[in-house]
Design a protein around this ligand. Sequence first.
Ligand SMILES: [Zn+2]
Length: 373
Amino acid sequence: MMRKQFFAGAKSAALGGAALLLAFSAVILFAYNTFQDNIGTVQAPQPVASRWASLPVTWLLNPYIPPSQDNVNTSGCAIAPSSCIQQSLANGFTTWISATVNIQGTPQSLTDLSASYGGTSSVQTPDVTDCKNVVGFSDSASDFSTGTVAFTELATVTASQYSCSDGTIKACPSGSCIADADIEFNPTENFTISNSPPSGTFSLQSVATHEEGHLLGMDHSGIGHTVMFPFGDTTATGQQLALASDDAIGISSLYPCVNPASGPSCTAKFSTATGKISGTVTLNSAGTFGAHVVAIDTATGDVVTDGLTAPDGSYTLVGVPPGNYNVLVLPLAPDANSGIILLDDFSGWECGYGDSNCSNIPQNPTNYTGRFF
Ligand SMILES: [Zn+2]
């Protein structure tokens, strides 16, 4: 099968408006493993994650599917097809909200994330200036590069205030805030509401969970068979519905549980339940930028989490459960065009570390047919 590209992380997003207030600082955003492709704009020494400043995160659905591109199979749906589509998308958000991290043998909820469905929208083309997070299926196929299955387009701000295209003023109290995120599914790909998708068809919930991770601020993982791993395929085993450790740690670090008594699902304080692993990666005595750092539990051999080194070679893996770890450092692939390392490009790692489907590392890209963007 041909490889296909899932749409990763974030497309560039320019936010306009804000004539009266500080202008949007529109940047490409990568949270969690937060780096930008352009080395010149990487925030040293450590990247700053972007997140939603206030919860719940509200999302809208444009349920329209052009009849000529009837590409979402809703057979088996006992209610209105659009309601089943909404349910598949909502299940993805629930997966992130329900994230648990294994703390000394006990799954703990370390995140206070919440999200809510805000109704329907007629917006067809992603608009990152309207501050409305729309998920849709009717965007022009020309917006998808060859093989791209879905993408998330988002915009971030660092100004303390910003205005949306309708004039609404919003606040970004600190750091880098996500102002808008839109998800589009390629109208020429085949999706199904079934989570046992037939060959050649993508589980809508599986792809949605990946894209919703981006909407919430997650970047890609270099660990195979995580939700945020940027490659997938149209076989059932290649489609991830459940979070891996790295996914759960990532979302918990973005929306950490601060007060376990305050929420029904948040069971332990993120900052006290987990620790950090930090260090510096050097080559020939110089710090190595963009190295992939993987923490492996020495007791189980499980890959627990990963990250990338900062421009000075330093790294910090956060949200690490108590335990003993080996740390493995791997190179990323250089970009053929610019000669630099594309920091969300695991193209040399299409099977990911710890992927049992692959026979060696870096591994055979033909084992995957898609790339998530
Ligand atoms: Zn992606």
